[in-house]
Design a protein around this ligand. Structure first.
Ligand code: F6P
Ligand code: MN
Length: 339
């Protein structure tokens, strides 16, 4: 039996430190946490409750939806729509933003989420996760439009993810520090197990989908080739490689022991500036990574400062241990200078 601080207690104690806090935000966070517990339960029971496999639909990005993508999206909508804390939601699995139904009171926050990240892992019983980001609705806006969501990541009030791995974890930041909680399945509570997570500044581990090597831009190729060259190469040290194929898993590994994760621009499809989505993948993860002392860029700019142009906008992502991300940024500026 673990006797630590529960996530509920942690959030309430944080709230008490903020003069004038109404409890609205605390309650919103608790509702998000409850939705993640429900998804965790469904993911965990898997084929016993028939949730594996593909649904007969595609999302707005043209990706085939898994049954669990749709179920997780529904869980979030149904857990959050009635609470009175939100003005609207947006998710990877819905073409348009989701206004709060008329019968429910509206709140002052906006929620974006990727209900089930890494969903190609579902059917093979590997780690998946949920990513979420909380923004404030612009002052006086009762019925938000997509435009009201398009705020840079620096405006996020909170961001977090749930990782459904061997244990279910929830990692959260409200801007100051990052804390990790492990779900005690027996009592249904998340317990603080990873206080103040910090990303080591240096690392010898990288994560990238190597099968895209021939499509990358020169600075990314240079960086990865130098890692692979190891002790005999210009870096003078050996590197290790990992690929979970779920961003939540990669970010969690980096928060735990350092590393660099890249889903960079590549030339496969000129209409796509990257694979990952800004509003519910790159921005929340960048907020977490920066709050833990790491860095997150596209190659040439800080992700959190991008002015979004669409709710499903894609961006290149390079994040993790500071020294390595700085090096990739430097290779990008050297390439630009040479051109
Ligand atoms: O959400 C997109 C995503 O599943 C990420 O979680 C993951 O990092 C990436 O795609 C995996 O991409 P690939 O299929 O190229 O390995
Ligand atoms: Mn995803």
């Amino acid at each position: 039996m673990h006797n630590g601080t529960s996530l509920t207690q942690f959030i309430i104690e944080q709230q008490r430190k903020i003069p004038g806090a109404t409890g609205d935000f605390t309650s919103l966070l608790n509702d998000v946490v409850a939705a993640c517990k429900t998804i965790s339960h469904a993911v965990n029971r898997g084929d016993l409750i028939g949730v594996l496999g593909t649904a007969e639909s595609e999302n707005v990005q043209g990706e085939v939806q898994k049954k669990l993508d749709i179920i997780s999206n529904e869980v979030f909508l149904k857990s959050m729509e009635w609470t009175g804390h939100l003005a609207a939601m947006a998710s990877e699995e819905m073409d348009d933003i989701y206004p709060i139904p008329a019968q429910y009171p509206k709140g002052k926050y906006l929620l974006t989420f990727d209900p089930l990240d890494g969903s190609s892992n579902i059917d093979i019983n590997m780690s998946v996760g949920t990513i979420f980001s909380i923004l404030r609705a612009p002052e006086g806006v009762e019925n938000p439009t997509e435009q009201d969501f398009l705020q840079p990541g620096t405006e996020q009030v909170a961001a977090g993810y749930a990782l459904y791995g061997p244990s279910t974890m929830l990692v959260l930041t409200c801007g100051h520090g990052v804390n990790g909680f492990t779900l005690d399945q027996g009592v249904g509570e998340f317990i603080l197990t990873h206080p103040d997570m910090r990303i080591p500044e240096s690392t010898q581990e990288f994560a990238i989908n190597m099968s895209n090597h021939r499509f990358w831009a020169e600075p990314v190729r240079r960086y990865v080739d130098e890692c692979i060259a190891g002790e005999e190469g210009p870096r003078g040290k050996n590197f290790n490689m990992r690929w979970v194929a779920a961003m939540v898993g990669e970010v969690h590994r980096i928060l735990t022991r350092g590393g660099i994760f890249m889903y960079p621009w590549d030339s496969r499809d000129p209409s796509k500036p990257g694979k990952l989505r800004l509003m519910y993948e790159a921005n929340p993860m960048s907020m977490i990574v920066e709050a833990a002392g790491g860095m997150s860029i596209t190659g040439t700019e800080r992700i959190l400062e991008i002015r979004p142009e669409g709710i499903h906008q894609r961006v290149p992502v390079i994040l993790g241990s500071k020294e390595e991300v700085e090096r990739v940024a430097q290779y990008h500026s050297e390439a630009a200078a040479a051109a």
